[in-house]
Design a protein around this ligand. Structure first.
Ligand code: DWN
Ligand code: SAH
Length: 406
């Protein structure tokens, strides 16, 4: 039996998606025969409450010089990170010559707001292609995986940090104890860790099971994180819900006793208790909802095909790899996926091998239906795609439920 990555208690998966490829492993036909698969399964630890994958993919297969996700492709996410940066500046940068670190800084979407103001900063980003874009933007970036050893080096070379940031990256790192120890020794006594990740409560409420894929080793909640940080003499002082990525949580964490814990932490903990996030029944319900969502989506796509309707996917997200492979969505059901990222275009989606094409091709010959794989960017995408709707195009969405919307 696998054991919990946090507290080593034996854990059993509550949901098994079967063999799954690398979520961001877009590939060309000559690579099909060597495609890598692992078993995507997720478990809830009965002792420390952490929800996690039970089989991990080696990080070098996921984060490398051809990483396919560039944070700045979404204009609305650019706005979100401008707001995140001002939150940090306004509340936590009181010292004379502050120093900020960010892990998973990607193409510099957040740190550029510090770089542009001449604030001392360092991005830690192991995927060298996206790190290079950040450097071109003037964001100081090293191409490394963060852990405790690296934290010591950074501290010795730069001094301690006022703020340590991470967006959609803490949940990607299985060796959390090393990461948190590193953050602890890198932060000044009044320094803070501020990070955001998809919130388990939203995944459960919206059945957004497509957040579950190789890169996401953990699905955090206040209750699981409280246990984890307590093991390292740290505590959550704020938990602030965010709309991005289908429902995220921004956590502010400090050395124990450095700040009073705000009411927000208790409010989120209450919401978690109402959802039953610490009970096995919650995960039995989630499994049943996931299976229903899969069956409904399959039935809908099959009926589109039976009626001779054309369906294209919209946004070749990492999340879409879980949906297409778990639901058996092949090119017979979805003709192609439209995506604005140049390095995904001309390639095929992981596992089911649906062609990925540019947005121009989508706009040149609209399908009858667009299957919204980028449902977390729904408002941004729908506000751009009025011409598709006016041409009679309709959207298929599957979060929070499978339905057709015009
Ligand atoms: O946690 C992660 C999040 C932050 O980003 C990473 N593990 C990987 C990645 O996940 P994702 O691929 O599911 O992210 P998004 O932001 O939901 O999807 C981005 C994709 O959508 C890009 O390939 C670009 C595409 N897209 C598009 O084609 N048209 C996005 C928008 C907004 C659009 O209008
Ligand atoms: N923060 C960005 C990028 C999220 S994608 C955003 O929210 O849009 C996750 C990023 O974390 C990738 O760029 C990946 O290369 C990076 N990453 C993965 N493991 C890491 C580690 N151990 N240390 C630092 N960054 C890591």
């Amino acid at each position: 039996m696998p054991s919990c990555l946090i507290c080593e208690t034996p854990i059993e998966p509550f949901l098994d998606f079967g063999p799954m490829p690398i979520a961001n492993g877009f590939l060309s036909p000559e690579q099909f025969k060597d495609e890598y698969f692992f078993n995507l399964r997720v478990a809830h630890c009965p002792k420390c409450s952490m929800v996690q994958l039970t089989e991990l993919v080696d990080r070098s297969r996921m984060f490398h010089e051809n990483y396919a996700f560039f944070s700045s492709t979404s204009a609305w996410m650019q706005r979100h990170f401008a707001g995140f940066a001002s939150f940090v500046r306004d509340r936590y940068l009181a010292s004379d010559d502050p120093f900020i670190c960010e892990i998973g800084s990607n193409d510099g979407i957040m740190l550029r707001h510090f770089a542009e103001r001449g604030i001392r900063h360092l991005g830690i980003e192991p995927s060298s292609n996206v790190a290079e874009v950040a450097r071109e933007r003037g964001v100081r970036t090293i191409t490394e995986f963060f852990d405790e050893d690296l934290a010591r080096r950074i501290r010795d070379e730069n001094g301690q940090a006022d703020a340590f940031l991470g967006a959609n990256v803490m949940c990607h790192i299985p060796y959390m104890h090393s990461v948190i120890e590193g953050i602890r020794l890198l932060l000044k006594p009044a320094g803070v860790l501020i990070f955001e990740d998809p919130f388990l409560g939203d995944i459960v409420e919206k059945t957004s099971y497509d957040q579950i894929y190789d890169e996401h080793a953990f699905y955090f909640s206040v209750s699981s994180l409280r246990n984890l940080f307590a093991m390292h003499g740290m505590e959550i002082i704020e938990a602030i819900p965010q709309h991005v990525h289908g429902g995220s949580m921004r956590y502010v964490v400090a050395h124990q006793g450095a700040y009073p814990a705000g009411d927000s932490v208790h409010e989120v903990a209450r919401r978690e208790a109402q959802l039953g996030l610490e009970t096995p029944e919650c995960y039995d319900r989630l499994r049943a909802n996931v299976e229903r969502s899969r069956d409904d989506l399959r039935t809908l796509l099959q009926s589109c095909r039976d009626e001779g309707r054309r369906v294209a996917g919209y946004a070749a997200t990492s999340k879409s790899t879980t949906v297409t492979n778990y639901c058996g969505i092949t090119p017979q059901l979805v003709e192609f996926i439209s995506d604005t990222t140049p390095i995904k275009q001309g390639k095929f989606s992981p596992g089911v091998h649906i062609p990925v094409r540019s947005h121009d091709e989508f706009a040149r010959n609209y399908p009858d239906y667009a299957l919204l794989f980028g449902w977390n960017h729904r408002d941004e995408i729908m506000s751009k795609e009025t011409a598709f709707r006016e041409a009679g195009g309709r959207w298929i969405v599957y979060v929070p439920r499978v339905e057709v919307v015009s």
